[in-house]
Design a protein around this ligand. Structure first.
Ligand code: HPA
Ligand SMILES: [Zn+2]
Length: 338
C-alpha cells in the first residue's frame, strides 16, 4: 500500500477495532423517527431535517442535551437490537471487525427501561453480526459522571449480573467538575469482579483528570485524552506505560474540543510514542463512522499508509478481544492492500 493509494475505499477496507463508540450515539434521525412512531414517543422536532438541523454543537453539554433527549425513543429490547444492527452493518462496511460498545444504562433505567432489555438487545445484534459478518465485540457499561455515585453503584450491581455480555466499565457524560476520583470505589468493585476499566478523560477536562483516571481508576485505556498534549510529562508517561488513547477526531471538531481538525494533536501524540487509535464516538451526530474518521484525518492532517496501519494495529492490540481473536485480526491486517 503506497501513501497515494490511501483512498476512502482503502481506509474502509483497513481491518480495525472500534474502541470508542457510544451505541446511543449511532441513532440516526431516520431511525429516531421510526422508533418514535412505533413507541408513541413525541420528539420535539417534526421532521428528520428539523432534527438534523440541531446537530450544530457549541460544546459537550450542548450535544449531551440532544443525545439524552433523542434516546427517549429507545424503549424495547428490539429497539436496542435494531439500533445496534444498523450500527454494526455500517461499521463493518468501513472495516470494523471488532467493536466494543459503550452503553449508558442509567439513562435508560431512569426512563423505566429494563437493564436487561438494553443488554440483551445490543447482545442480540452482536450475535447476529458474528454469524453474518464474523464480527466480534462486547459491551462496556459507562457510568454517567454527572449523576450521583450511588446511581453508578446501582448500575454496576446490575452489570455484575451480566458479565456474559459486559466486558468492562467506562465513565462518560459531562466531564468538567466531575473528576474521576469520585468513582474510585465503584471502579475498585468493578475491577475486583474481573471487569476491564476505561474512562473518558481529557476531552474537555484537564490533564489532571487523565492522571486520576490512571492512578485512581486504574484505567487501561483513556477515552479521548487529547488534552494530555498540554502536559509533556503526562505524554511521556502515557508513552512509557503504553496507555492507549481512543481518539475521536470528528467528535473533537464537532464539540469544539479542538478548534479545527488541522490543529488536532493526534499526530503529535503519535510522534511522542503514545499509542493512539481512531474512533467515531457518536457517529450519527458527528458526521462519520470509523472509516470516515480515518479519511478526515488524511484530508486535514495527512496520513501515510504506515500510520493508518499502525493506528489499526494499535486498535486491535488495545482491544479486549481474546489473544486468539487478536491474532486473527492482525493476520487480516497484514494482508491489507496486498
Ligand atoms: O463524547 C462524549 N463525551 C462524554 N460523554 C459522552 N457520551 C456520549 N458521547 C460522549
Ligand atoms: Zn465518548
Amino acid at each position: 500500500m503506497t501513501d497515494d493509494a490511501l483512498t476512502d475505499d482503502a481506509l474502509y477496507a483497513l481491518p480495525k477495532a472500534e474502541l470508542h463508540l457510544h451505541i446511543e450515539g449511532t441513532l440516526e434521525p431516520e431511525l429516531a423517527f421510526e422508533l418514535a412512531a412505533r413507541n408513541g414517543v413525541d420528539l420535539p422536532y417534526a421532521t428528520v431535517e428539523e432534527l438534523s438541523a440541531q446537530y450544530d454543537f457549541d460544546d459537550l453539554q450542548s450535544f449531551l442535551d440532544l443525545y439524552y433527549a433523542t434516546m427517549a425513543v429507545l424503549r424495547t429490547r428490539e429497539d436496542f437490537a435494531e439500533l445496534t444492527r444498523r450500527y454494526l452493518r455500517r461499521a463493518h462496511a468501513q472495516g470494523v471487525r471488532h467493536a466494543e460498545l459503550f452503553f449508558d444504562p442509567q439513562a435508560h433505567t431512569a426512563r423505566g427501561v429494563a437493564f436487561d432489555d438494553v443488554v440483551d438487545g445490543i447482545g442480540d445484534a452482536l450475535d447476529e453480526a458474528g454469524r453474518e459478518f464474523g464480527m466480534s465485540g462486547g459491551l462496556i457499561l459507562c457510568f454517567l459522571r454527572d449523576q450521583p455515585v450511588a446511581s453508578a453503584e446501582e448500575a454496576l450491581t446490575a452489570g455484575l449480573r451480566r458479565t456474559d455480555r459486559i466486558v468492562g466499565v467506562g465513565l462518560d457524560s459531562a466531564e468538567v467538575g466531575y473528576p474521576p476520583s469520585l468513582f474510585e470505589d465503584v471502579y475498585a468493585r468493578a475491577r475486583a469482579a474481573g471487569l476491564h476499566a476505561v474512562a473518558h478523560a481529557g476531552e474537555e477536562g484537564p490533564p489532571a483528570y487523565v492522571r486520576e483516571a490512571l492512578d485512581l481508576l486504574h484505567a487501561e485505556r483513556i477515552d479521548h485524552g487529547i488534552r494530555s498534549i498540554e502536559d509533556p510529562e503526562l505524554v511521556a508517561r502515557l508513552a512509557g506505560e503504553h496507555i492507549p488513547l481512543t481518539v475521536c477526531p470528528l467528535s473533537n471538531v464537532r464539540l469544539r474540543a479542538t478548534p479545527d481538525l488541522r490543529d488536532h494533536p493526534l499526530h503529535r501524540l503519535d510522534a511522542a510514542g503514545v499509542r493512539v487509535t481512531v474512533n467515531s464516538d457518536d457517529p450519527a451526530y458527528f458526521g462519520g463512522y470509523a472509516g470516515q474518521n480515518f479519511a478526515a484525518v488524511r484530508d486535514a492532517l495527512g496520513l501515510t499508509a504506515d500510520q493508518a496501519r499502525r493506528f489499526a494495529r494499535t486498535s486491535i492490540e488495545a482491544s479486549f478481544a481474546s489473544d486468539e481473536r487478536k491474532a486473527e485480526l492482525l493476520a487480516e491486517l497484514d494482508g491489507w492492500g496486498a
